[in-house]
Design a protein. Structure first.
Lengths: 501, 294
């Protein structure tokens, strides 16, 4: 509390001219930086290209930033509350308007940019306002620093809601394809499959990064191993999806151990670099191994999953029935999409169940302890080598399962699909969600994978919006959206039970 | 000594650890030079000496963090078996020879709860109970029972240091003195034969220091295990140790009961310096005064 009060009080209250001057300097810097980026654009017209100037956009952006900076100064000068209210209403209102009535496309970029800035101001104002209110109330307990305490509060809230939220999320996930089926929205199911694939990958990587604290930048390698294992076994040996799934998992797990061994002594950044290299090695091997992996052409014609032997096809080969025939339905490609959706939902839920369960077992606690302090672990008789290897292996195994699913969904895989960007996205999901938080992974996936789909209207700027969003999250929640850890075992929580006995 | 090995149960203070001709070199630097001493069951053996005397290096050799350059470290079990610690890896020393240690700068798992810290200390026991995760995954009865027993052991120690009400808080949020005590009981949860404490009283106020003394005496008297103690706080050393080993510049300069060590001219010389009394660092000066007074 005292710290917060000092923090707010310590900022010298600027006079209005000083604020304007400050904002002007800020705008000038922004102008200089944005001039080459935003001011000019090379346009191609037939064979000639010319430079188009976009000073209007540039001045607009700089003006918005100037006002934002001015507002930031005013927030610190004691106007946090009104500014928080106004900008908050504006930014939330804009979301409502945008949802109800999509804005004309040519204004999209401007409005998105403005919204981002206004929302940032609103969040900042809200944080300062809350800090001031807390300081004024003189509340001592639990407040370490204004921003952290909000994060902790949100974390607590989500943890409390978690038990109720989980089943709600689950029910929504369960009925979603039927909604899409009747609404005839194929894109929604596709997006659902994509999101659950990444949720599963996120949960798998969470074991390695979130629990064991081993920064793995090459997770996609195990995804690739799983995908290629399934492709090779199904195409060359004719095994079906469920038969190959354990093989793919085992294969990926062995690669996890293979990677684990040489990197056991490494920590932090060094580990990250080696795993990054490992991811690339796998990709390059696949690219060059023409006989087995098909090289750059990849492997095509991978069998799609069948519904307990019933094919999803417009017409069945001799002597077989299709899914649609068996259930007396008209053939629709939707059926297969829905089946794929339920497969990945099941796989993801198994991953989740396993992770939640293993957290409460000695091995899971040892992973977390290893993340906290490896030296102390050794002094307590925990074998760091084996513990790290199991983390790598189990994380890799789930990556392998997800890879198999990816192969059967696509029907075609090539090394293209397993580049570094994939690893980076999966890692971003885990980090943004809050390391070790299962529900955080879900929310981060929806934001990171679903987000770009919703931002599609922004065209080229969507990656900019995506990056901006990540920067904002890192500023306000450096520990991730839901970095809240519940103890895996309690004594005093169980005390009520003990009394009842 | 041979008699003690033959009848370990009859003599509560049987020899537990023999350090023989221990030397540790880092390149040209000799951190420990031919140190030998013995620690016994149900006794507190203190290792004291000026800064840089090599006390923590002895601990690191004992607990497998360093491989000694020369020397033999023998740990005796009550059954008459021996472990040669200098040949074992750190985590095996803790797991099999059952030598537990604490650290000079506290090494808890700060973002895990107090109780979890104590459960992690019982890792190997619980791993076996969960059949290396296989049966534990499905909450088999044996594992549930083992986990309950582990919580009971944790509760026993938490009650001892009065931390039970805070068992579910993050260990990193405890006050400093409580963290020190928690680290000691975490080491006790591994059910050690030898407990090595590296400056447990550092940074404690007099009241906390007295609580620490009680805890160490309790461990010695009730659990009959050997305690090896590195300490600067002479009130702690002189009050509770049964045996004191003094190191200076990596060499052992004195060895005996607190009273013997206090009157040993070599010790006085090491702490005082020969003719440079004026330049005595204040920290050493207070130590010295305590020794002389006590």
């Amino acid at each position: 509390m005292v710290a917060v009060a000092q923090q707010t009080a310590a900022r010298p209250a600027m006079s209005l001219p000083a604020m304007v001057k400050d904002a002007a300097i800020f705008a000038a810097v922004a102008f200089t930086l944005a001039l080459p980026l935003l001011g000019f654009r090379i346009q191609d017209k037939g064979s000639t290209s010319f430079i188009e100037t976009r000073f209007g956009d540039l001045f607009y952006a700089v003006l918005v930033l100037f006002i934002a900076k001015l507002l930031m100064s005013l927030i610190n000068a004691g106007l946090a509350r009104p500014i928080a209210l106004v900008t908050g209403v504006l930014s939330l209102g804009w979301i409502v308007v945008a949802l109800v009535n999509p804005v004309a496309p040519q204004y999209q970029v401007h409005t998105w940019f403005t919204w981002l800035v206004v929302a940032s101001v609103a969040i900042r104002a809200w944080v300062v306002w809350r800090a001031e209110a807390t300081a004024a109330r003189g509340v001592v307990a639990g407040v370490i620093g204004g921003q952290d305490s909000h994060g902790t509060q949100i974390g607590h809230l989500v943890a409390r809601l978690g038990r109720q939220l989980g089943p709600v999320f689950f029910l929504i996930a369960l009925v979603m394809p039927f909604y899409a089926y009747f609404a005839d929205d194929k894109r929604l199911v596709d997006l659902g499959v994509l999101i659950f694939t990444y949720i599963m990958l996120g949960w798998g990587l969470n074991v390695v990064v979130g629990l064991a604290g081993l920064l793995d930048l090459g997770y996609v390698a195990f995804y690739a191993v799983g995908a290629y294992t399934y492709a090779v076994f199904s195409v060359k040996l004719g095994l079906n999806f469920w038969e190959t799934l354990p093989v793919a998992g085992l294969m990926a797990a062995s690669f996890g151990v293979l990677l684990g061994f040489p990197v056991l002594r490494l920590r932090g950044d060094y580990l990250a670099i080696v795993t990054l290299g490992f991811g690339e090695i796998i990709r390059i091997i696949l690219l060059n191994w023409a006989e087995l992996a098909g090289g750059a052409q990849g492997i095509g014609g991978i069998p799609r999953p069948s519904f307990f032997g019933l094919q999803f096809a417009p017409s069945a080969p001799e002597g077989q029935t299709t899914f649609a025939q068996f259930f007396n339905l008209d053939y629709s490609p939707f059926h297969r999409q829905m089946w794929l959706y339920y497969i990945i939902l099941l796989l993801a839920l198994i991953t989740n169940w396993f992770t939640l369960r293993v957290r409460k077992l000695p091995i899971g606690r040892a992973w977390e302890a290893l993340r906290e302090d490896e030296t102390a672990c050794r002094a307590l008789g925990i074998n760091p080598t084996n513990t790290k290897l199991t983390a790598f292996a189990i994380g890799a195994m789930f990556g392998g399962f997800a890879g198999s699913f990816f192969a059967t969904r696509q029907g075609f895989i090539s090394p293209e699909s397993f580049n570094f960007l994939e690893s980076a996205i999966i890692l971003a999901i885990v980090v943004l969600g809050g390391m070790g938080s299962q529900i955080g992974v879900v929310i981060a996936t929806i934001v990171l994978i679903g987000g770009p789909e919703w931002f599609r209207d922004l065209e080229l700027y969507r990656m900019l919006a995506f990056g901006g969003l990540m920067v904002l999250i890192m500023i306000w929640r450096p520990q991730g959206l839901l970095a809240h850890r519940e103890p895996t075992i309690t004594m005093n929580g169980g005390r009520a039970g003990a009394r009842a006995k | 000594m041979t008699a003690a090995v033959a009848a370990p149960l009859r003599d509560p203070a049987a020899p537990l650890l023999d350090v023989e001709h221990l030397s540790m070199r880092f390149g040209g630097l000799v951190a420990i030079d031919d140190v030998s001493f013995q620690a016994r069951n149900a006794q507190i053996t203190a290792i004291i000496g000026p800064n840089g005397a090599g006390k923590t290096t002895v601990f690191n050799c004992l607990t497998g963090f360093y491989k000694p350059s020369v020397g033999r470290l023998t740990l005796r079990t009550p059954g008459g078996g021996t472990y040669l610690l200098e040949q074992m890896e750190g985590h095996r020393i803790a797991q099999h020879a059952r030598v537990a240690r604490t650290f000079q700068n506290i090494r808890l798992f700060p973002r895990m709860s107090v109780l979890e810290n104590l459960i992690v200390a019982q890792h190997n026991k619980l791993m076996r109970a969960s059949t290396y995760t296989l049966t534990g995954l499905f909450a088999a009865k044996g594992y549930v029972r083992a986990e309950r027993a582990a919580v009971d052991l944790a509760r026993y120690w938490l009650d001892r240091i009065g931390l039970s009400p805070r068992a579910d808080e993050d260990a990193g949020n405890l006050p400093y003195g409580a963290q020190r005590r928690l680290e000691i009981i975490r080491a006790m949860c591994t059910e050690p034969r030898l407990l090595c404490l590296d400056e447990p009283a550092a940074g404690l106020n007099p009241r906390e220091s007295a609580e620490l003394n009680d805890l160490l005496l309790f461990i010695r008297d009730e659990h009959k295990i050997g305690v090896l103690l590195i300490e600067h706080d002479m009130t702690v050393v002189m009050k509770i140790s049964d045996h004191v080993v003094v190191l200076d510049y990596g060499r052992k300069i004195s060895d005996g009961t607190p009273a013997e060590v206090r009157s040993d001219p070599a010790v006085v010389r090491a702490y005082l310096g020969e003719a440079e009394e004026d330049e005595l660092p204040p920290e050493v000066a207070t130590d010295l005064q305590t020794i002389v007074k006590a």
